[in-house]
Design a protein around this ligand. Sequence first.
Ligand code: SF4
Length: 474
Amino acid sequence: MNNLLLKSYLRCKRKAWLDLWGEKSLKTWSAQQSIHLITEFRNFNKFTDGNLFKGRKACEKGFKGVIGLKIRDKLNNNLKIDLHPPLLIRTNGDSIWGKYKYLPAVSKLGRRTTRENQFDLALCSIFLEKFQKAKVEYGLIISLQNNKIFTEKIFINKKLRDKAINLFIELNESLKNKIPNITENRKKCSICSWKQFCDKEAESNGLLTDIDGIGTKTAQSLKNIGIYNIKQLATCDKSKLKNKLSIFDENNFKKINKLINQSKSYLSGLPIHLKSQKDSLDLFKKLNKGFYVFDIESNPDENHDFLYGLLSIDNLSDQPKDFNYKPILNLINKNKYNLEIFKELNYRSDWPILHFGETEKITMIKMAKMINLNKFEIDSLESRFIDLHLLMRNSWILPLKNYSLKTVANWVGFDWTQKNISGSKALYWWIQYSNTNENAFLKKIINYNKDDCLATLEIIKWHLDNAHKFLKES
Ligand code: SF4
């Protein structure tokens, strides 16, 4: 038993169980976990000015920062525990080593302080006090924002200590039982190293949360009226379901109808078309004169857009090799705007800008305001954006678990040239590049971004082809 399991437990009870008892070969590499480890080391190194040393000897010698220490102890005299404090920081005091003592510190990604951060500090403090025979009043949370180190003090009061101990006892009980159910908040699964393992089980059990739009609350409401899986939901009569769920709101009724259709599509593997012919004809006309596909890569924790990728499409029926892809790098997070991307987009100012998800439009409009474009210019820029993600959601019900770029593009037959790729992996490459200045990482990111643009293109082609086909058939 250790504090790492408690961190997993706080994320998902099943994850803690799998971390301890699961078949390790079924666990996959997690970009998010690697990003955490790299940024943790970078933050600790920066905070201690590189004065970081390892283990018990480092404590005895009184080094400023200590990593890699393991404290063995017992909770309530019977529960064995191994504590791995991520970092100890030397401070004034009286301890077994002399006129100094240590405080625990953890690193966080982004700005949000989590329960994991707080309980990890509390648990480490409780056992560090016994280990060094000196009181720990507070712990530190270290983060890096805009290349500056920030620290937050967390006071280790009685309430926090008691909660941490109770949680640890609860974790111990949970680990004695059989494997917990898959979490209903499946958003957590996207960055988990057990995702593939859990996805298989969810699929074979037809879990309701595999349906796009069903979260914890909706799944519970459906279970309350006896609907436990996708098959049951797909065969529901929408009016009867409306009555059983006591739905009076028209929007909620539409949502229920959509969930039933989503379940049907998921089980049959067939898409359902929702939009009129006029919409797809209008879109075809708009794109027929040429358009851009636009995709941004960014590091959200540092609010840094480091790559703007632009694909120019003169003619939709051209071969991909004929499309001109231009990566615009923004390596230094200094100005919050980039004039080169405006120049490129204005080169064909009558072309629509196709993108997947709202980020690109929001970013460009924000930048347009920063560089003081007037209202007319901003409105005209705004009118050029076409969000393909929104368009697909409004036009189709697809036999998929979600409508992310990767899922939809894979389904329409697009293959990324680099295998097992994801946004987190691109971010992992970016952090590696930031630490090493190795151009090989930048190259991988640019290839990934180009593929994201090509994937977006493949989806719009599928949409235009199939919208026509569906309308003809109907
Ligand atoms: S994939 Fe999801 S359900 Fe499975 S262990 Fe991870 S977070 Fe929990």
